[in-house]
Ligand binder design. Structure first.
Ligand code: PAP
Length: 325
């Protein structure tokens, strides 16, 4: 007879499993961060637990929209925009929860947020329920892959992702640049050691899946959103099923959303300057808002580093139709 395991038993099993996994302590973070290799990607312990339980038990609903990304590719911005788009009729401009809440606390994150909380959130709404995740495509729970849910994928210039990741991890570990050399961080990233596997494989996983089911996917490039936010926010709203009416366009609703979610606005809010992210890891909210510049990598990369990344991109992406540079 099959018996259902208790939460304590599941947690214990997970602890045992994690103990058996290959470990890597990030030397550029003075060994303060330990990554575990689960199947084919490296992950932090807490995120790994959330990832495995999401894989085992998460149930997608038809109203769910998944906001997927590799860390540091524009997730915070995408979450703010989608939240503002779908709740625009619920709050007056001056009352948006985004003015007092970190975007990560407005939209749950699969792998990080407790599954029961996500379920309550799904049950509470009969409208669109956005859920974010950094999981690689092949790691998404079966119920997402077999559903008709929508997936928005945001991606960004790989070199800027590396620099952003470097400062974020350094910020969490509270290390100066002298104590956490960029060269070492670059080296690990180049050798596929980062929070959710290899960056280009992450993008390619979603990209290839989108070729099979194009209606399910919408890709947003961070740099395109920066260059032409109006057009991109319009397309995003259409895809998530909340298109703007002609009246809204005339009244400047799109521009208001862009302003509300802009780096300049969000990074200046008290909540994002001084509060802390309520996840399993203590993270100061301000670390999600650094510079938001396109091309900041030029301040950190040597020519050799830049060439190495260009070569990697050429090798991985040539012939896929995906353009990243
Ligand atoms: P996450 O994966 O930890 O959630 P994510 O939001 O994807 O991080 O990436 C953070 C980057 O987005 C930071 O880039 P930087 O390090 O190059 O500065 C951050 O500054 C940038 N960012 C955050 N909010 C916005 C925004 N509203 N508009 C544009 N970029 C933003």
């Amino acid at each position: 007879m099959e018996t259902t395991k208790t939460k304590v038993e599941c947690d214990k099993e997970m602890e045992e499993l994690i103990k058996t996994l290959p470990q890597h302590s990030c030397r550029w973070l003075q060994g303060t961060t330990i990554l575990y290799k689960y199947q084919d990607f490296w992950c932090l312990q807490d995120l790994l637990k959330g990832t495995i339980s999401a894989q085992q038990s998460f149930k997608a609903r038809p109203n769910d929209v998944f906001l997927c990304s590799f860390p540091k590719s524009g997730t915070t911005w995408l979450k703010a925009l989608v939240f503002a788009i779908i709740t625009r009729e619920n709050f007056a401009k001056s009352m948006s929860p985004l003015l007092t809440t970190l975007p990560h606390d407005c939209i749950p994150s699969l792998g990080r947020t407790n599954l029961e909380q996500i379920q309550q959130y799904q049950n509470k709404s009969c409208f669109t329920t956005p859920i974010s995740t950094h999981l690689p495509h092949h790691f998404l729970p079966e119920s997402i892959l077999t559903s008709n849910c929508k997936i928005v994928y945001i991606y960004r210039n790989m070199k800027d992702v590396i620099v952003s990741f470097y400062h974020f991890a350094r910020g969490i570990s509270k290390l100066s640049m002298e104590d956490a050399p960029f060269e070492e961080a670059f080296d690990e990233f180049y050798h596929e050691i980062s929070y959710f596997g290899q960056y280009l494989d992450h993008i390619l996983g979603y990209w290839k899946a989108s070729l099979e089911r194009p209606e399910m996917f919408h890709f947003v490039k961070y740099e395109d959103m920066k260059n032409n936010p109006t057009n991109n926010v319009k397309k995003l709203a259409e895809f998530v099923g909340h298109p703007f009416t002609n009246e809204e366009e005339k009244e400047g609703v799109i521009e208001n959303i862009i302003k509300l979610c802009s780096f300049e606005n969000l990074s200046g809010l008290e909540v994002n300057k001084s509060d802390s992210f309520k996840g399993s890891l203590p993270i100061e909210n301000r670390l999600f808002f650094r510079k938001a510049e396109v091309g900041d990598w030029k301040n950190y990369f040597t020519d050799e580093m830049s060439e190495k990344i260009d070569k990697l991109i050429d090798e991985k992406l040539s012939g896929t139709g995906l353009v990243l540079k």
